[in-house]
Design a protein around this ligand. Structure first.
Ligand code: TXE
Length: 519
């Protein structure tokens, strides 16, 4: 809990006082760092990046192992720290924050050298030349983190940036800064065992929005942001003004389509976990279920029954399945959406009013598409069931949103599920699974529409953290003293080009060649 509100003056005064969302225990404090502090951190990072960026990708990968070892060896302590500060069950802290981070590191340690190796481009018009792309680190990346995955998102983004040869400055969420400071302490320890790592390659600046805004304008070469749509827009504007790229991971109001032939039991379990893990404070959470009418009642009943089996309580108890809400304002947002749903005539099937910081899993049915619960991200454990007449209606409703992060399809026939998935306007659609594709480091995590810009994870996500430069050389005809289209120009050469354009592309040679090779 942040005890002090943003104060007047330069807005950088006071400090962050962090209490456990579940027990209220004081966990620690962090400074609110000024724009000058942020600039100094970027300058230190820039200095450290020079030697780091000069290493080969393979050397960087081998050096970074020391940090993976530290994280994995301290997994339990880190999971407890995430759970204490964020309020999620310790098992989720371990399996959603720490485990996928370790796997992400191992994934790129073996693959980054190939992903970032020079790539040759097959040329067409200028086939006497050789072109290739090579990846060069951008420099210093600013990373602005959220509170829902306070370890795996900002530290995961930083590690990807490091594989690409950059240095990083992380501004963790003001709600959960302590875990980032813990990660930094582990990084510093890893640097002691591995001389190629430098402490200044990962730096943490703590504070609120103003510190984040200062990071965007502190001379960084790219920003990676995870948070809300309105703040993401501000970050995009700040980056546009400096003509630096940004990657934005914003929210979602994610639909699930359920066909009548689905495996009801697996679907119910997937929806249960997909809606309520981390108390619904997940940008990928399932929020609205469009289910074919013939099975709507049975599916809803089964999910409601399963909710009754969940244990909500002390997040540090490994038996706990639902912890406390992290962010106080989120409870009021969830309550407002709940009130609107009730006022519209939604039927409350379970859950309802929060008990302090504990928000019970809350399910509505008889919901109509278009109500607030199907349009606005509540980022809380609210789930709506909407019965539909057919899959076509479900697809139309699912796509009727200004967000497009994740979508889900539950279908008895996986092939049919995939055909439906291909029609959904989402960065990722999972068939007969829920939420966890962020854990598959090789796949892109990306939002369509208002859900984001760019991608993290995946080979392309790693390349995007570099400048991808193009080099072109000559490979044959090296004896020609000039190209045909260089000076001097003349009517004869002009005429030759006219004939070439007509003969090659006017329905003649190129089309015949394409037919010959069957294209
Ligand atoms: O987000 P913000 P908050 C959604 C969720 C929640 C809402 C608000 O719906 O209710 O966002 O949460 C920093 N320039 N998500 O207030 O404001 C800020 O300090 C640069 C979805 O946490 O977007 C924090 O570190 N940075 C999300 C980070 O931005 C600025 C996860 C996010 O803050 C800034 C969390 C500025 N002008 C919440 N202002 C997801 N996509 O999963 C603030 N910040």
């Amino acid at each position: 809990m942040v005890a002090l509100a943003q104060t007047s003056g330069d807005g950088f005064v006071d400090k962050l006082v962090i209490h456990s969302p579940s027990s209220g225990e004081l966990l620690g404090e962090a400074p609110v760092q000024s724009a000058d502090d942020v600039k100094a951190a970027v300058a230190r990072a820039r200095k450290a990046q020079v030697a780091w960026g000069a290493l080969s990708v393979k050397e960087r990968c081998s050096a970074l192992r020391a940090f993976r070892h530290k994280v994995a060896q301290n997994a339990e302590e880190l999971a407890r720290a995430v759970s204490s500060e964020n309020g999620k069950p310790v098992q989720e802290a371990l399996t959603h924050d720490i485990l996928p981070f370790c796997d992400l590191m191992a994934y790129f340690e073996t693959r980054a050298p190939r992903i970032l190796a020079p790539q040759s481009i097959s040329l067409h018009l200028m086939m006497q030349r050789r072109s290739y792309l090579h990846c060069v680190p951008r420099g210093v990346l600013g990373i602005i983190g959220p509170w829902n995955f306070p370890f795996s998102i900002p530290v995961g983004d930083a590690i990807m940036a490091l594989f690409a040869g950059n240095a990083t400055v992380i501004k963790p969420s003001e709600v959960t800064p302590l875990i980032a400071l813990k990660a930094k302490a582990l990084w510093d320890e890893a640097c002691k065992n591995e001389p190629r790592l430098h402490p200044d390659l990962i730096q943490i600046v703590t504070g609120r929005g103003l510190t984040g805004a200062a990071l965007c304008t502190a001379g960084v070469d790219q920003v990676m942001f995870t948070g809300s749509v309105p703040t993401g827009r501000k970050v995009a504007v700040a980056c546009a003004e400096q003509l630096i790229p940004c990657v934005l991971e914003l929210g979602g109001i994610n639909p699930a389509i359920v066909t009548a032939d689905t495996d009801l039991e697996r679907t119910a379990h997937a929806i249960l976990w997909g809606a309520f893990a981390n108390s619904g404070q997940v940008c990928a959470s399932i929020s609205r279920v469009y289910v074919e009418r013939s099975i709507a009642e049975a599916l809803t009943n089964r999910v409601v029954d399963l909710v009754a089996t969940l244990q909500q309580g002390d997040p540090l108890d490994p038996d706990t399945e639902l912890g406390a809400m992290t962010f106080m304002p989120q409870i009021a947002i969830g309550q407002a959406v709940m009130a609107d749903t009730l006022a519209q005539g939604g039927r409350l099937r379970c859950g309802g009013e929060p008990n302090g910081r504990y928000f019970p899993p809350t399910i509505f049915d008889n919901v109509q598409h278009g109500w607030q619960i199907t349009q606005d991200e509540s980022f809380s454990p609210l789930l709506a069931f909407i019965a539909v007449d057919d899959v076509e209606t479900a697809i139309r409703f699912a796509n009727d949103s200004d967000k497009g992060l994740m979508a889900y399809v539950f279908a008895g026939d996986e092939e049919q599920g995939a055909r439906i998935a291909e029609r959904l306007e989402a960065g990722t659609t999972m068939v007969n699974n829920a939420v966890d594709s962020h854990g598959a480091a090789g796949t892109p995590w990306q939002g369509m529409k208002q859900s984001g810009l760019g991608q993290v994870h995946s080979a392309q996500g790693l390349r995007d953290l570099c400048q991808v430069r193009h080099v072109q050389t000559r490979s044959w005809l090296p004896w020609m003293s000039k190209e045909l289209w260089w000076y001097p120009y003349s009517p004869r050469i002009y005429g030759a080009f006219v004939t070439a354009v007509k003969t090659l592309w006017g329905g003649g040679v190129v089309d015949r060649a394409a037919r010959l090779i069957g294209k």
